[in-house]
Design a protein around this ligand. Structure first.
Ligand code: G6P
Ligand code: MG
Length: 217
């Protein structure tokens, strides 16, 4: 039967977490804070505004609203400079095979991302036309783990929550899918994503047979 497959973007379709990290690290340097890759894990799936709040809490820095506003712009300008150089080589392994299989099986495909840069990124890597619906950081008022982004993705595809399958690399995203009553599939470390219904280290581990079981469920 027809199901709705909802993909997160950063860390699921493309490896942009490294660019987010570089931009946050440079910003942190400006306030003498050494931002580590381990700390960056907490930023996955988290909105830009909330990420800055967490960074300032970590650095124990009390910023004015003017500073925060300027840093949010500065972070995004640097991030955009990285994504402007992206091409199809940045697509994570076997994402094209999974998308092609789901398209061949006439399944619904949506993006459900916290990023306000989702469309330009999908354009850069030439995947925009694979999605029947795009719900991103410009469309939602509440961030993951709130399920809003996935609920809107399901609505856009006309699918009931029980017929939705979410691919996510963040704990917040898995929790959002679970709260929505959707099937949650973690892409990444099984120890980190243990709340997911299924976990795969990446899409190369996910067979077309497994996709068939999701379609037929
Ligand atoms: C994704 C990423 C986060 C990022 C958020 C907002 O969820 O995992 O690291 O902060 O999107 O991205 P944006 O491109 O709008 O700054
Ligand atoms: Mg992600």
């Amino acid at each position: 039967m027809k199901k709705a497959f909802i993909f997160d973007l950063d860390g699921v379709i493309v490896d942009t977490a490294k660019f987010h990290y570089l931009a946050w690290r440079n910003l942190a340097k400006g306030i003498d804070f050494d931002f580590t890759t381990a700390q960056n894990e907490q930023f996955k799936g988290v909105s830009r505004v909330r990420s800055l709040e967490i960074l300032l809490e970590m650095a124990n820095y009390k910023a004015t609203q003017e500073e925060k506003d300027a840093w949010l712009v500065q972070k995004n300008v640097e991030y955009l400079s990285y994504i402007q150089k992206m091409d199809q080589s940045e697509i994570l392994p076997d994402v094209p095979r999974v998308l092609a299989y789901l398209i061949e099986k006439q399944q619904g495909i949506a993006l459900g991302s916290a990023s306000k840069n989702a469309r330009p990124i999908l354009e850069r890597v030439a995947l925009l036309d694979k999605f029947h619906a795009i719900v991103d950081g410009n469309d939602v008022t509440t961030a993951k783990p709130d399920p809003e982004v996935f609920v809107k993705g399901a609505q856009a595809l006309g699918a009931a929550a029980k017929h939705c399958i979410v691919f996510e690399d963040s704990i917040a995203g898995i929790q959002a899918a679970n709260t929505a009553g959707m099937t949650s599939i973690g892409i990444g470390d099984a120890a980190v994503l243990h709340e997911a219904d299924h976990v795969f280290s990446d899409f190369t581990e996910m067979s077309n047979d497994f996709l068939d079981t999701l379609i037929q469920k």
